[in-house]
Design a protein around this ligand. Structure first.
Ligand code: A3P
Length: 312
């Protein structure tokens, strides 16, 4: 197995094991008013992150949880491999020998020191809001791919994830989860605040926004656009390979190898509109109202095509 996947699976397994000895109310802790999972984040790591020095050629994926982060992680990792004339899916990254867990805010406080030794381009993923990212990311104009997904499918996916992953508080009912989702009690904070904060950066040249739904609609065009944004040249065959390897079916089939026990929880339905199986009329109204109040009029809000994907 690739070393980088071993690192990933190892950290997830450790987090799951640690969670098994914890009470539900210990699973999340608050940092600067936002909740994070205790098993993978810590105040020490957040402190160390402040002085992380980003590079201009870092490849950064930013997404609120359950927006398709793992999907795009694979696409970007494959694109980086291609840019280095390596085969996607093999020991692809230049840093495969000393892999770090790709989530910037996850891990021990020493990881940023180790990351200074990694060769470029470094790939990293984050669920953090922009104001909580190290300042150097914006100062050094690192490129960020911002992935967003409609709030109803995000909430639906998050609910099932919380009930499948022991590191997050589980819920007896969907109604209980919905109440907490709307009351900003999720790990990594409130969906609406996340989008409002990122909206302030949406017109920056070094940030490209893409929606889960548009990638579903046209994966080849989306991959092509991502490659162009990161300055990676692709042949038609390479493009097809990346698209095939990142299809839901193919990622789900490979998930034992790539994600270990997390795979079964993560690769659930991989579609659009599963929210219709959970939302009551009242919950639809509440979500529609919150969307209207917080983000409907913003650039990111418009990109989400809420009427198409979220109206009954
Ligand atoms: P569902 O729970 O709706 O199925 P994240 O990686 O941010 O945790 O997001 C997980 C969501 O992305 C899950 O949504 C998962 O099924 C979906 N997903 C993962 N890989 C995918 C793929 N290759 N194509 C489409 N959706 C994918």
């Amino acid at each position: 197995m690739e070393k980088s996947r071993k690192t990933f699976i190892g950290l997830v397994d450790k987090a799951i094991a640690a969670a098994s000895t914890m009470r539900r109310d210990e699973l999340l802790f608050s940092h600067k008013g936002i909740l994070y999972p205790t098993t993978v984040c810590s105040p020490e790591t957040f402190k160390a992150l402040e002085s992380f020095e980003a590079r201009n050629d870092d490849v950064i994926l930013a997404a609120y949880p359950k927006s398709g982060t793992n999907w795009l992680s694979q696409i970007l990792t494959d694109l980086i491999a291609i840019s280095q004339k390596k085969t996607p899916g093999s020991e692809s990254s230049v840093n495969a020998e000393e892999p770090e867990f790709p989530y910037l805010e996850v891990g021990d406080a020493e990881k940023y020191e180790r990351m200074t030794k990694l060769l470029s381009p470094r790939f990293m993923v984050t669920h953090l809001r922009p104001e909580n990212l190290p300042k150097s990311i914006f100062k050094n104009n690192a490129k960020i791919l911002l992935l967003i997904r409609n709030p109803k499918d995000v909430a639906t996916s998050f609910y099932h994830f919380c009930n499948g992953l022991p590191s997050l508080p589980s819920y007896e009912t969907w109604d209980d989860f919905f109440t907490d989702f709307m009351a900003k009690k999720m790990a990594w904070g409130c969906y609406f605040e996340y989008l409002s904060e990122w909206n302030k950066y949406s017109d920056k040249e070094n940030i490209m926004t893409i929606t889960y739904e548009e990638i579903k609609e046209n994966p080849a065009l989306s991959v092509k656009n991502m490659a162009t944004f990161f300055g990676i040249a692709l042949t038609e065959e390479e493009l097809q390979l990346v698209v095939e390897r990142s299809s839901f079916q193919s990622m789900k089939k490979n998930s034992d190898k790539t994600h270990g026990s997390l795979g079964k929880v993560l690769f659930r339905k991989g579609g659009v509109s599963d929210w219709k199986n959970l939302f009551s009329e009242d919950q639809n109204e509440k979500m529609d109202k919150a969307f209207e109040e917080h983000i409907a009029g913003t650039t990111l809000g418009k990109k989400l095509k809420y009427d198409l994907y979220c109206k009954v």
